[in-house]
Ligand binder design. Structure first.
Ligand SMILES: Nc1nc2c(ncn2[C@@H]2O[C@H](COP(=O)(O)OP(=O)(O)OP(=O)(O)O)[C@@H](O)[C@H]2O)c(=O)[nH]1
Ligand SMILES: [Mg+2]
Length: 371
């Protein structure tokens, strides 16, 4: 078991944004951080201001941060944004005076570190490695050896001098190329499988949705599998397929579960996960699983829709699967009716995986899409 990291979260909120949004952003950041096991959130700095060019939080807050890191024995600072290498360096330069081992992560670092914990297949692992190398590259070239020699612990580098930057750059490019070639091979196999299925006229269903919506729970129920389900973000990172028998049309189809989406998921990360998302791209029917008990449901639907659009989903048929109806409180009937009207173009189906409710209806909807 890893030792506990003492963490301070740093967030900057545009003064034009609503206060609620600041709270929500922070909640999501906290649940992300909580997913990374062995972390103790010791303090939070949230500042309503425009991001500062040099330090992101502004010089006054930097002093505060240095103090907190010193007094509270912090070892990781997590910034809820994607920041420039120079910002990272400026913050590190200040923080090194009080803790020479301090790490500063931005949002991409955080997500990549969580991904690391949850990746099981070679495909997912390679995708993360490539994403990490792409993310670290500019920091190394931009800042020279100082930054690299101090932060590189996690990626296996030793200190290097400025003069070696060019060499390093070339080595780095070659490494990325090598990993990409490796991934390309796996991607091709994956693609061939999909093409094979198409040739055999085997239809495919893909489960997508916001992270923690209950995608894997539904997948397990439909396929009798036992993939990891957890009340946490990004539990599933790999694409897994299973078989599903549709009794009315007497057909077997494949069904796949995959990585969930989240707000402000950096585009580069989505790009890195292209191979994993391939099943969704070529699926005949998409099941967009939605946590109906989530107050942010509508916003999350929009985020997922946008990402589906960005990755070029080719399926013509999307079914909105509103899950967790058991956890919905208030006047259920009325609200479900409203939701049903609002999303009537997406064949809304209401289910509870937990209570095994609505599944037959869902199967019928899938069957009617495949007819
Ligand atoms: N109340 C209730 N909880 C559910 C239901 N379905 C799933 N959950 C819970 O929701 C949480 C997330 O479930 P998962 O199936 O892991 O969700 P996921 O969408 O695969 O999540 P990621 O892989 O992390 O993106 C777990 O705590 C489940 O027990 C349901 O019908 N009702
Ligand atoms: Mg999952």
């Amino acid at each position: 078991m890893k030792l506990t990291h003492r963490v301070v979260l740093v967030d900057v909120i545009d003064p034009h944004r609503h206060r609620d949004e600041a709270v929500e952003n922070l909640e999501e950041l906290k649940s992300l951080v909580a997913t990374y096991r062995g972390v103790d959130i010791v303090d939070i700095i949230q500042h309503r201001t425009r991001p500062d060019k040099a330090t992101f939080i502004g010089s006054g807050k930097v002093e505060e941060l240095v103090n907190i890191v010193d007094k509270k024995k912090i070892d990781i600072v997590i910034i809820n944004a994607i920041v420039n290498p120079s910002v990272l360096y400026n913050l590190l330069a200040k923080l090194w005076t009080v803790n020479p081992k301090i790490q500063v992560w931005d949002r991409v670092d955080l997500i990549l570190n969580i991904f690391d914990l949850h990746a099981h297949t070679t495909e997912a692992k390679l995708q993360i490695e490539i994403a990490r190398m792409r993310h670290m590259g500019p920091r190394i070239y931009g800042l020279g050896g100082t930054y690299f020699s101090r932060q590189a612990g996690g990626i296996g580098g030793r200190g290097i001098g400025e003069t070696n930057i060019e060499l390093m750059k070339r080595h780095w490019r070659n490494e990325i190329k090598r990993k990409k070639d490796e991934l390309e091979k796996i991607s091709l196999q994956h693609k061939r499988q999909i093409e094979n299925r198409k040739e055999r006229n085997l239809k495919s269903i893909s489960i997508v949705g916001y992270t923690n919506a209950g995608k894997t729970s539904l997948f397990n129920l439909l396929t009798n599998k036992d993939k990891i389900v957890e009340n946490a973000l990004f539990v599933t990172l790999d694409s897994v397929s299973g078989k599903l028998w549709l009794p009315n049309i007497k057909k077997e189809v494949t069904i796949s579960d995959t990585i969930g989406f989240i707000k402000n998921l950096p585009a580069s990360l989505i790009d890195s996960f292209k191979s994993t998302l391939m099943d969704s791209v070529y699926a005949d029917v998409i099941l967009h699983v939605i946590d109906v008990a989530d107050p942010k449901m509508h916003e999350k639907i929009d985020i997922v829709e946008q990402i589906l659009y960005d990755i070029g989903i080719q399926s013509k048929k999307i079914i909105f699967v509103f899950n967790k109806v058991d956890a919905h409180d208030g006047d259920g009937e009325k609200i479900l009716k409203e939701i049903s009207n609002k999303y009537s173009h997406f064949s809304p189906v209401f289910i509870s995986v937990k209570q095994n409710f609505g599944i037959e209806k869902l199967l019928q909807e899938i069957e009617s899409c495949l007819r």
